[in-house]
Design a protein around this ligand. Structure first.
Ligand code: NG1
Length: 444
């Protein structure tokens, strides 16, 4: 019989006893609901991104880190092709049921079962035969679960946990990159025109490391990745602003549209380009003169600019084409510089780059909020801190900062007090433990 505690220690490190209680209570709930017998427990982590925001869907560079906060999916296969889903947070996520096929109708927008429907459909298509359904129970409540809507990728963690379970029951031996692509397609099913960063880190993370990922596939469809050790002597602290924005998918897709518009317009000058990544070595000052500051979706389409499908983006949505593309161009250069500085152990330089990335996210991509700006400013006041920036899509969520080991307590106290004084809100601050990637944890 597998010793759950030692298995959990390999995932969560010392102090994993609290996880043991969490796993056991989820197992009890599962068996109460679905009956006694063997249960498989899968997990997938959330993430923060050290630097490289909104670059992934532009085929750029990112540097995410997995959290030790994760989504657990307890599951037992069924033989009737049905998926039955329950959630420990049943008030927010009522039970759901659907049938597996290669064309699964999506539930209404916002329905949590879409994060299972997407992977079931995509894996069925990939394997050419319907995958097995299962009885499932999700456990992702605080404090161990991935905070929702906080820009730390709770939706991808849920998608990846579902995909890993479907793959396990289908007997599919996945390889990280192929699985990440499948999960990314599964999120397009849900309606986000996002990139591949979240799925890659959720699957390929290593303890104590960030993951450098070049989001441009090579000719064989492979991606270049490199684990980068987190700097010794520093803790990566995550500050959750508590601000959650609804409907950010429209805003998100508008930014995607601005980038696509930029590519389509620049293609008239630089034939053959498909993503902003293609112009990263050209002089930006020359390029940007070809891009409008502002343009609506309708005016761009009328001018023959191809934007592709853009769910939830109104025709009169204003796109800040030049500023958005400038952010992506400069951000890619910052990621490469940050990797270089980490390799050399030049942590103050990493900090400068994080600060610059936040300024660009705020001024150019316009994804910050007053609360996130208060947190970044407060973080930078503490001695020795190397940078602070928002992480994830933006419009709320979390800020990260590299804090010297000896300053962690002072940092947490100062930032919490300042945030409360300036916004009247409580920040939740926690260290990122850089956990490992998704998979089957235990079958008991
Ligand atoms: P979050 O923060 O999880 O909404 C989104 C995208 C990422 C990436 C970041 C911005 C999805 C599933 N996630 O992340 O791919 O584009 O924003 O860097 O689309």
């Amino acid at each position: 019989m597998i010793d759950l505690s030692s298995r959990l220690e390999t995932i969560y490190g010392p102090g994993a006893e609290v996880q043991s209680a969490r796993y056991r209570s989820a197992l009890d709930v599962f068996r109460e609901r679905y009956g006694p017998g063997l249960v498989h427990t899968f997990r997938a982590p959330g993430r923060v991104n050290l630097i490289g925001e909104h670059t992934d869907y532009n085929h750029g560079y990112v540097l995410p880190v997995a959290l030790d906060r994760d989504v657990l999916l307890l599951a037992r296969p069924r033989s009737d092709g049905q998926v039955h889903l329950a959630n420990m947070e049943s008030g927010d996520f009522p039970q759901r049921q659907f049938a597996v096929s290669d064309t699964i109708p999506s539930a209404p927008a916002g329905d949590w079962s879409n994060y299972a429907r997407g992977p079931a459909q995509e894996l069925t298509r990939l394997l050419g035969t319907p995958v097995a359904g299962f009885d499932g129970l999700v456990s992702a409540a605080p404090p161990f679960g991935v905070p929702r809507g906080a820009g730390v990728s709770s939706s991808s963690a849920l998608t990846v946990a579902m995909a890993v379970a479907f793959a396990h029951f289908a007997g599919w031996q996945w390889d990280g990159a192929e699985m990440a692509r499948l999960c990314s397609d599964a999120e397009w099913y849900v309606g986000t025109r996002g990139g591949i960063m979240d799925q890659f880190i959720a699957l390929l993370a290593q303890r104590g490391h960030a993951l450098f990922l070049d989001c441009r596939p090579d000719r064989n469809g492979d991606f270049r990745t490199r684990p980068i050790p987190l700097p010794a002597g520093y803790r990566l602290l995550v500050m959750d602003s508590g601000v959650r924005h609804a409907n950010t998918r429209n805003e998100f897709n508008q930014r995607v549209a601005a980038c696509r518009a930029g590519v389509a317009l620049l293609r008239r000058e630089v034939p053959g380009i498909t993503h902003l990544r293609d112009v990263e070595n050209l002089d930006w000052a020359t390029l940007e003169s070809h891009l409008p500051e502002d343009a609506s979706v309708a005016s761009l389409r009328a001018a023959g600019v191809e934007l592709g499908d853009l769910p939830n983006v109104p025709e009169d949505a204003p796109l800040r084409v030049r500023a958005c593309c400038r952010h992506v161009w400069t951000e890619n250069h910052r990621v490469l510089a940050a990797v270089d500085a980490l390799d050399r152990g030049e942590i103050p330089r990493v900090g400068e780059l994080l600060d610059d990335a936040h300024t660009s996210a705020r001024e150019e991509y316009r994804i910050s909020t007053p609360e996130l700006d208060v947190l970044t400013n407060a973080a930078r006041q503490v001695d020795g801190v190397a940078g602070a920036r928002l992480t994830g899509a933006g419009w709320g969520g979390c800020v990260i900062s590299l804090v010297p080991d000896g300053q962690v307590d002072e940092f947490m106290g100062y930032v919490s007090r300042t945030y409360m004084a300036q916004t009247g809100r409580e920040a939740t601050i926690f260290p990122c433990q850089a956990g490992p990637g998704a998979g089957l944890v235990v079958s008991v």
